[in-house]
Design a protein around this ligand. Structure first.
Ligand SMILES: [Zn+2]
Length: 206
């Protein structure tokens, strides 16, 4: 499959890899990359880049995590051995608030333990979503997670995505009810969890 890509396409893939790090989840080291792929992410959400720009969507809410099933193929493409990829729309915007960033990354990493998730067909919040938010609270504190959820809720209201709002309200209530011994000041997560493997990658082939 990779041999069908042109050199320019391969370069494009490699430049989309913004960060590579390892995370220890239940005693296992997982290799994770943050990848900026606006086109793929837009189509994943059945949106066009034009829609996203026209409505000034806060693209951080589009972030998703993907499991890598073919490590060798992905290594060939990206230059890195990876287990998971966090796909972001715009890396600069993704990093614009460190608390929100930490909450987003931690929530997505939570899906390593609590896979699938998101909404059922009846638009009910699944247990996995609560668990991933709870994991994020353990990593970076209630305030960061609430900030993330409130941004998502505000975008849901503003954009008229009606099913999203009650879902987020349930998640917000769940976090607010968590015992305070889970709570850490914003940004003061268990830093040891994230150990930088290769740091930020600057245009590998530029
Ligand atoms: Zn989730």
């Amino acid at each position: 499959m990779t041999d069908k890509l042109t050199q320019a396409e391969v370069m494009q893939v490699r430049q989309s890899v913004k960060e590579v790090f390892t995370v220890n989840i239940n005693g296992k080291t997982e290799h994770v990359a943050i990848i900026e792929q606006p086109d793929d992410l837009a189509s994943h959400h059945q949106l066009s880049i034009e829609d996203i720009e026209k409505h000034h969507i806060d693209t951080r809410i589009l972030t998703v995590m993907m499991t890598v099933y073919d490590n060798e193929q992905i290594a060939e493409l990206t230059g890195y051995y990876l287990d998971y990829m966090i796909i972001v729309y715009d890396y600069k915007s993704f990093n614009s608030n460190q608390y929100v960033r930490q909450a987003l990354v931690s929530h997505e990493l939570g899906h390593i333990m609590y896979p699938t998730g998101h909404l059922t067909e009846q638009h009910e919040v699944t247990e996995q979503e609560f668990k991933c938010d709870e994991y994020a609270v353990q990593q970076c504190g209630k305030e960061s997670v609430l900030l993330m959820l409130n941004i998502m809720r505000a975008e849901g209201i503003r954009l008229g995505i009606h099913h999203l709002v009650p879902e987020l309200e349930k998640r917000i209530i769940y976090i607010k009810r968590l015992k305070d011994d889970n709570e850490l000041p914003p940004g003061e997560g268990k830093q040891g969890v994230f150990s930088s493997l290769l740091g930020k990658i600057k245009n590998l082939f530029a």
